[in-house]
Write a protein that binds this ligand. Structure first.
Ligand SMILES: [Zn+2]
Length: 118
């Protein structure tokens, strides 16, 4: 069943077994993990880095930016987590996925170059 709401919990370490409908956030390890919102049971890891995901905590709910696209999973689900709500987006085509991967690689290459300096 597709979730429409998701809660969150701040943890030090991500537990071995996770409940659906909860985003486990570890500031310690700079990562967030949740069970795919489509209900397929796959674990989705969203690293929190300047070139991966940003976590926004407003004191009550969390948002993840950008969207979560589970292209490597069979369900291929695609959604936004916005203020504790799961906003479903359409699945992308192969071309769109490839384009996004290329953009992502370019972004990361630029980021790591800038970290090393000129
Ligand atoms: Zn899924």
């Amino acid at each position: 069943m597709k979730l429409t709401r998701i809660s969150h919990v701040f943890v030090e370490e991500i537990p071995a077994s996770i409940d659906p409908g909860v985003v486990y956030v570890s500031i310690e390890y700079g990562t967030a993990v949740h069970s795919c919102c489509c209900g397929c049971g796959n674990e989705v890891v969203t690293p929190l880095t300047p070139v991966d995901w940003r976590l926004i905590y407003d004191g009550e709910t969390i948002s993840l930016d950008p969207s979560v696209g589970n292209w490597s999973l069979e369900c291929r689900s695609h959604y936004w987590i916005r203020r504790g709500e799961v906003v479903w987006a359409r699945a992308w085509s192969e071309e769109e996925i490839e384009e996004n991967r290329a953009d992502d690689r370019a972004l990361k290459a630029r980021f790591f170059r800038s970290k090393r300096g000129p």
